[in-house]
Design a protein. Structure first.
Length: 90
């Protein structure tokens, strides 16, 4: 089998499309809110756990070449980098 090369943007786009096209309706409720969902961007297979680590390991063990993308259920952003900063001039 030949490898398919996707940019990180393509992986994110495909996984988000799977999420919006059907996964969201299945998972966004109750105790799932705030948990992490890991989606295989090629197949749409997914799993849910509090951190996403267990699911990512399971999906990678099942398919080592899986292109995975992680989202926080019920939120627009899973992780934020940086913080408040002030510009100073001298």
């Amino acid at each position: 089998m030949q490898a398919i090369f996707w940019s990180t943007e393509e992986v994110a786009l495909r996984a988000k499309q799977f999420y919006e096209d059907g996964i969201r309706q299945q998972v966004e409720f109750g105790d799932n809110i705030g948990k992490m969902i890991v989606i295989d961007a090629e197949t749409g297979e997914y799993g849910i756990d509090p951190t996403g680590v267990e699911t990512a390991l399971k999906l990678k063990n099942k398919k080592p070449t899986a292109r995975l993308f992680t989202l926080r259920i019920g939120y627009d952003v899973a992780v934020s980098f940086g913080g408040a900063s002030e510009l100073t001039t001298k």
